[in-house]
Design a protein around this ligand. Sequence first.
Ligand code: SF4
Ligand code: SF4
Length: 478
Amino acid sequence: MYNPQQYNIEDIPEKPFVDCDEIESFLLRGKNGSFEQVRSVICKALNRERLSLYETSVLVNVTDKNLREEIKEAAGELKKKIYGNRIVLFAPLYTGNYCINECSYCGFSCKNQRVDRTSLTFDEIKEQVTALESCGHKRVVVSMGEHPCYGSGYIADLLKTIYSVKEGKGAIRRINVNAAPLDVEGFRKVKDAGVGTYQIFQETYNKKRYREVHRSGKKRDYEWRLTAFDRALKAGLDDVGLGVLLGLYDWRYEVLGLIRHVNHLESTYNVGPHTISFPRLKSALGVNFENNEYDVSDEDFVFLVAVLRLAVPYTGMILTAREPAAIRDMVLRYGVSQIDGGSKIGVGGYSSSCSYMGIEKKHGREQFALNDMRSLDEVIHELIKNGYLPSFCTACYRLGRTGEHFMEFSVPGFIKRFCFSNAILTFAEYLEDYASVLVKQKGYNLIDKNLRQYRGKEGEKVITLLNRIRNGERDLFL
Ligand code: SF4
Ligand code: SF4
């Protein structure tokens, strides 16, 4: 297991562990993979073994339609085996859009004069959290621009503020953060303040392209960003989330870049990332990426999700409402395990109502455009229709079951005993307090169906807790 004491500050690599030429050469070598080789890589993945860089490169290079279908089917099978039918739900919360960086693809770029710059006060943040809690959310990802005013002290205060808000029977129980890379001391501070997963997206692992799209500001420093998680791990923060912005460079290269980063963390610290994100570049106010040579088609996008699922079976995969509902539904089948619902990404965009009707629009405060505008209840309705079990579980984190991700996959029976049961219990809380009449009825039918999977004492325990929730108790989990 990972032990922060084991590592010295000197262990933090000065030289990047991503060698762009090496990745390009793996990409080339993977082009020669035969049908037999592809099938043997699929078999290895179905045995729940992590794939190497070369094996992943064999998969990303597949162009044959039928073989791609086999890869997608295998990813769907593996996902079911490992995660079951649970889908974790969260909401993004943007707290400020000041930024010192000039990123060519982002609406918050410091050179964008059209954006309405603002930072929410802590009282305004409490209002936003109240609105999220009154929809039923229990997990948020807070995001902001990169600016000295959003340093580690700000993030620590933000976490304390959000955790302090309790609206009715609601509470935010886990806060993930998507923000700038910090130094070791900064990571220590946000860890002590109770951060969940700290996400930093490398955006593109190709250094040349990185320098082209990051035109000025601290973010232009490729290595500082790349080694952020080495500093986080040194600080004892072992819950980290990687990501790329698809559309900046060849998606095949980016998939290998992600795997290279995972390999580095696993081999150096014995801990992999908790999550991987792979948003596709979308238009934003003042940003035009039309005729982009690196655009990722829907077909390739769904395929790359399947490849990632096979390559890193134990890493959570996040997809946000940047994607339209139809694409989201499709990739849930092949690998994605966490999605957002009822999202608003304008700074201050949530109101006290969960409906999109009548919301005061915060024009000019968004980083990019959303394509799935469904409310949380509508997203949940769709999940139920497709047989997924919505989960708001945050149990391990709150019980101090450290290494949540590690426990989930390494303790035999853990998923069935804890994750699956807690998904049922937290979903029941949602149905009692926030669901529409239709969703409540369909949701309980789904719970009844899932309860049939239990045998003996385990099932009895869950049913007892479920009855207590129906009788008004909250925050019950295993
Ligand atoms: S991507 Fe992040 S750092 Fe770059 S301009 Fe946007 S908010 Fe700032
Ligand atoms: S029981 Fe733990 S590992 Fe499983 S979903 Fe809940 S928090 Fe995650």
